[in-house]
Ligand binder design. Sequence first.
Ligand code: MN
Length: 250
Amino acid sequence: MFTFLITNDDGYFSEGIKALREALKSLGKVICVAPDRNLSGVGHSLTFNSPLRIRRVDEDFWTVVGGTPADCVHLGYYLILDGKKPDLICSGINEGPNLGEDITYSGTVSGAMEGRILGIPSLAFSVFGRDDVDFAEIAKSAKEIVLRVLEKGMPEDTYLNVNIPNLRKEDVKGFLITKQGKRSYKEKVLKLSDPHGKPIYWITAEEFGWRLEEGTDYWAVYHGYVSITPLQLDMTNFGALEELKKNWEL
Ligand code: MN
């Protein structure tokens, strides 16, 4: 029987994690450890400067009060699983996509990244769409990929960023291995006033979009395919490493 550790960044109450839990239950034991609030955009932060509490929500389902997705994976592995490696760590299913450079902000992707740091094959799942999402349908594609990973494995030091189009499973065109795309949207800072007339600011975007370049994560989901992007922990730019050595003559 397989053991899965799952987390998310939308909070333990989100529909996405419930659907993922249900889908994976048919394959083995599913331990859920998720934040107690929506922490989308929290990135890969770990809580060092304050203590954390864990509360039981349901059978094999826990929430970390104030904990980030990386905290949840950490505590799930070291405490709840007592350091026994699960077969897979899964993060999601996130409400909304994680494409292009946005993955650097993503708590969902960071949950999978933390799993990979702990030496466990890990995947992040997100849905390309925010309205009228049937997460049980989206979870069918997630389960198919999990089965493939269990059967075929994945390369060392790799974790997968999966984005699934917001379609019924039978309308999904297929699965594509992709590269990380590039976003094209304009950042914006809204200037507003609080009730006392003091300025407050809200970081947002004028319009969301990514470059429609063939072979990228965005191209795949835009055309109705599930996008599977292999990511790595080593962020070294090997091309620049050689260039700097040569040009700087150090
Ligand atoms: Mn989220």
